[in-house]
Design a protein around this ligand. Structure first.
Ligand code: SAM
Length: 287
């Protein structure tokens, strides 16, 4: 069964009475070259356990199943179950869990299903929760080797921008704290059914074995990043001093001492600058 074939998909939908739920970001891949590429570049292999987020009708799931030792896929939409029972019937190493990925205990899932395996995440992510899913995968410090996901092109460009460039945003700095993001390839909108209004891209996030720095208080570090970008085109000292209740003059003096220009905007800061800014605020809150 060729799951990228439009007539096959339509037959499956009719047979099982399925219709798309737009609010769940259901744009299914119909370009046959994309899923094998995601699986290969995502590190699928013989002793690998793969987690997939959002199966749709199982087009990427099958590619992962064919290459990996085991696949556990998480899909929120239970109305896909009868279709998946059919499309994944011969995938004996694959299990679909019907749940919201944001509410799934991934640490437990990995312990239960992937003992002794290298674990990867591969997905064509539902666009409405791209950043929360990525941050969940990174923040929970899961024993995952790599994350390879398709996201909207704009999100890919933002996540993979250089920290300290105009294209950089809070999510760029947050992701760079944990991993090295890389844009792998672009996928045009015609590769999906239904076709979205924008193109997409596949990105990979390689977690650092040894992170460049570790914040004692990570929630505070991420709040510092978020507040720095609160008014991204303006001087960050204003929102940061207001939010953390530090007199602006004190903050600017400390920024200068740490080599950060006090009039800087968030998009001009490097990761080392964010680290210094975090330390200034952590120190001030203690005093
Ligand atoms: N992998 C399939 C493909 O490439 O054709 C489907 C990708 S589609 C962009 C996203 C999938 O994620 C949909 O099947 C949708 O139902 C599912 N989904 C949406 N929100 C979810 C959530 N919170 N947890 C798990 N799956 C979700």
């Amino acid at each position: 069964m060729k799951l990228t074939d439009i007539s096959t998909i339509k037959t499956l939908f009719e047979k099982h009475g399925f219709s798309f739920t737009k609010s769940l970001g259901q744009n299914f891949l119909i370009n046959p070259s994309v899923c094998p590429k995601i699986a290969q570049l995502g590190g699928a292999g013989e002793n690998v356990g793969a987690i997939e987020i959002g199966t749709g009708i199982g087009v990427l799931t099958r590619e992962l199943s064919a290459r990996c030792k085991k696949v556990v896929a998480i899909e929120i939409d239970k109305t896909l179950k009868p279709i998946l029972d059919e499309t994944l019937a011969d995938c004996n190493n694959t299990e679909v869990i019907f749940a919201d990925v944001m509410e799934t205990d991934l640490k437990k899932l990995i312990e239960e299903h992937f003992s002794g395996m290298e674990v990867i995440v591969c997905a064509n992510l539902p666009y409405y929760i791209t950043s929360p899913v990525i941050m969940k995968l990174l923040e929970e410090k899961l024993p995952i080797k790599s994350i390879t996901v398709m996201v909207q092109l704009e999100a890919a460009d933002r996540i993979c921008a250089k920290v300290g460039s105009r294209e950089c945003g809070a999510v760029t700095a947050a992701v760079n704290y944990y991993a090295k993001p890389k844009k792998l390839f672009r996928v045009n909108r015609g590769s999906f059914m239904p076709a979205p209004n924008v193109d997409s891209a596949v990105i990979s996030l390689e977690r650092y074995d040894e992170p460049p720095f570790r914040a004692d208080n990570e929630p505070l570090f991420f709040e510092v990043i978020k507040q720095s970008f609160a008014q991204r085109r303006k001087q960050l000292a204003n929102p940061v001093s207001a939010y953390f209740k530090i007199p602006k003059a004190v903050l600017c003096e400390k920024m200068s001492e740490n080599g950060i220009i006090p009039t800087a905007r968030a998009e001009e800061l490097s990761m080392q600058d964010f680290e210094a800014l975090y330390r200034i605020i952590a120190q001030y809150k203690k005093s």
